[in-house]
Design a protein around this ligand. Structure first.
Ligand SMILES: NC(=O)c1ccc[n+]([C@@H]2O[C@H](COP(=O)([O-])OP(=O)(O)OC[C@H]3O[C@@H](n4cnc5c(N)ncnc54)[C@H](O)[C@@H]3O)[C@@H](O)[C@H]2O)c1
Ligand SMILES: *[C@@H]1O[C@H](CO)[C@@H](O)[C@H](O)[C@H]1NC(C)=O
Length: 317
């Protein structure tokens, strides 16, 4: 990774919550100057403080990304309470405000008034469609979604989702930027509700839920099916390559052998679960017996999750 390509270039991060802070750290690690903004007075400054602490902790743990030291990365960051100031000189805007359609629409409308035509407008939205978020932007050819996965510092995937009018050049530039800062971009060719990650995630959740609800398996054991079974592969080999490797002569062979069985099992899947009422109460109770839902237990498990993801990120590198 060379800093020559990004020397002095500025990225604006709009919204300084959980995801805004993470994006700022990812871009700093790539040597970019980052301006972070929040519309709550003082919030961006508090976020910068938090980022400084996290960079130091990461350095201490030898987990800091990029070639610059924590101090060098922090020196590239500035915090702003003023939107025009936060957008001055920027070439790329990453929006991370509340997941609220109206908030995002009016924000992008305001942003467009302060930046040149060549500036890329990118949203972190988890489940709003580009065609609705950017409806009030005049030039939508430079608009797209870059959907991260939490926590982006360790889970590198970013889904790049175009607006129907987005120029291929804009997708290409964002792809190159994400690669340069060490993320792993996946390109969607068109927008679809849930993008790719959540569509697959919801399919897994739905079938896991049905199996527990129908009394086939316990909450604990369906999670084990993922963590000790499918998940062991999936950190390295996706479902397509899994099929390709699991038959002597590759994917075509796999289909000849397993097509019918797959179709039979898939045809037996139930309807979309309600995720409410009695079934939800019962499953929630079972979960809480394993991990009580008080802050102490949940925080401990979240910390464990982040530690494990950190270790896995190290292993994958
Ligand atoms: N948290 C996740 O796991 C996750 C994962 C992927 C994507 N996302 C998406 O990222 C976005 C941000 O999520 P988050 O978890 O960081 O939320 P958050 O609540 O932690 O942070 C939102 C921040 O935006 C600020 N804000 C709100 N309206 C604003 C405005 N008009 N201008 C400037 N700042 C404004 C708030 O003050 C707050 O600091 C959402 O669209 C969410 O769907 C979240
Ligand atoms: C719209 O944005 C694109 C991409 O940045 C740019 O190439 C084009 O010139 C802009 N269109 C207008 C009308 O300014």
């Amino acid at each position: 990774m060379s800093n020559v390509t990004c020397e002095g270039k500025i990225i604006s991060v709009i919204g300084s919550g959980l995801i805004g802070r993470s994006w700022a750290m990812v871009f700093l690690s790539g040597g970019y100057r980052v301006k972070i903004y929040d519309n709550q007075q003082g919030q961006a400054a508090r976020a910068a403080d938090e980022i400084r602490k996290q960079l130091e902790e990461l350095q201490e743990a030898h987990m800091l990304r990029g070639e610059l030291s924590a101090a060098e990365q922090f020196a590239l960051l500035s915090s702003h309470d003023d939107l025009p100031q936060a957008l001055e000189g920027t070439f790329f805007v990453q929006e991370c405000v509340f997941e609220d359609l109206e908030a995002k629409r009016s924000l992008f409308q305001a942003v467009e008034g302060h930046v040149g035509e060549s500036v890329i407008l990118s949203s972190s939205t988890s489940c709003l469609l580009p065609s609705s978020i950017f409806s009030r932007v005049q030039n939508r050819t430079r608009c797209m979604v870059s959907h991260p996965v939490n926590p982006p510092y360790y889970v590198r995937l970013v889904e790049l989702v175009p607006h129907p009018e987005t120029l291929p050049m804009v997708m290409d530039s964002t792809y190159a930027l994400m690669t340069r800062v060490g993320q792993a971009p996946a390109r969607l060719r068109k927008e679809v509700d849930g993008f790719a990650l959540n569509r697959v995630q919801y399919a897994i959740i739905a079938e896991s839920w049905r199996l527990v609800k129908d009394g086939v398996i316990s909450v604990q054991d369906i999670d084990l099916v993922m963590t000790e079974g499918l998940g062991m592969r999936y950190a390295f080999i996706g479902p397509m390559e899994t099929m390709h490797l699991n038959a002597p002569e590759g994917l075509g062979d796999y289909l000849r052998r397993y097509r019918e069985g797959m179709r039979r099992v898939l045809s037996s899947f139930g309807p979309v679960p309600e995720f409410s009422g009695q079934e939800a109460d019962a499953i929630t109770k079972e979960m809480c017996e394993l991990i009580p839902n008080d802050q102490q237990h949940l925080s401990a498990r979240r910390e464990r999750r982040d530690q494990l993801l950190m270790g896995l990120a190290k292993l994958k590198k």
